[in-house]
Ligand binder design. Sequence first.
Ligand code: FDP
Length: 326
Amino acid sequence: MTQKQAPDLVASRELFSLLSHVGLVGKILAQDLRRAGLIHVRGTTGEVNIQGETVKKLDEVANQTFLKVFDQSGLLCALASEEMEKPVLFPENWPQAKYMLLIDPLDGSSNTDCNMPLGAIFSVVKPASNDRMPTEHDLARKGSEQVAAGYLLFGASTMLVYTVGQGVHGFTLDPGIGEFLQSHELVRIPMHGKVYSANEGNYHKWATGARQYVDYLKISDTATGRPYSGRYSGCLVADVHRILLDGGIYLYPAEQKKPEGKLRLLYEANPLAWVVEQAGGRASTGIQRIMDVEPKQLHQRVPLLIGSAGDVSDAEEFIQGKRPGG
Ligand code: FDP
């Protein structure tokens, strides 16, 4: 082994260990979610989180599970969560532990009480400098600086899907042996799909371009495979997972009164953007590549169009007013 290879190998072992710990969180949460109706974890805690959203008991359970698993791991110098105003710093692990984890511990919270799919999203970054223990500011990194990203999907089966920049790999939890086994290798997303996923209840809040794009998807045209089918589960992870495998587009666009959109740049958009790009797709704000957005703060929101490269490009053209009528 050359000197150049040695640190890479150590880094990849640590990353592998970090991903295994995400898998452990997945196993614990899958167990809780399977019994959610029996163990009094449905409903709300009565609190409102930093995002101004009502906290579900399962949001809290998921957040605590990530904290417990990673607190004991020794792998992180910092952990930021969509559910917590401030990140948790682990000075005791510095400087050995160079990774920082950002999580949406439970994605699709409105699905918790009706046995619909849920997810968890993670992004791993490293501090810009090795000279000092990172601060809150160091966690807000561009998506293009991620070193690992992915999600857990709690659906009919539990899946762990991730990238470390060498394609996208999917693992399915075999409940019989309690292990994630590889089920999807080097996933590729088609250039166009047949599905669009959006909360159309917000149609009249969207800007003209987004409305015209969705109108366009509904018009019959054999050459472009329209009309597309609408599919929206209320869980970003589940909707993006379908699109990752079959193609199409998920959009949560800017609204006239909420130009920043709804979804969180660091906890949701960046990690999913990297997964989808690694599979050959695209992710955009409508104006800019998601992974090039310069974050200004941890809980920043961003409009999101994500999925098949051709579909995202079409949507961008409408949103930027480059299509006739768009
Ligand atoms: P939720 O607020 O229920 O956690 O992450 C936010 C998210 O769900 C996504 O999972 C989902 O796609 C979207 O927001 C749902 O929002 P709407 O209810 O506004 O459609």
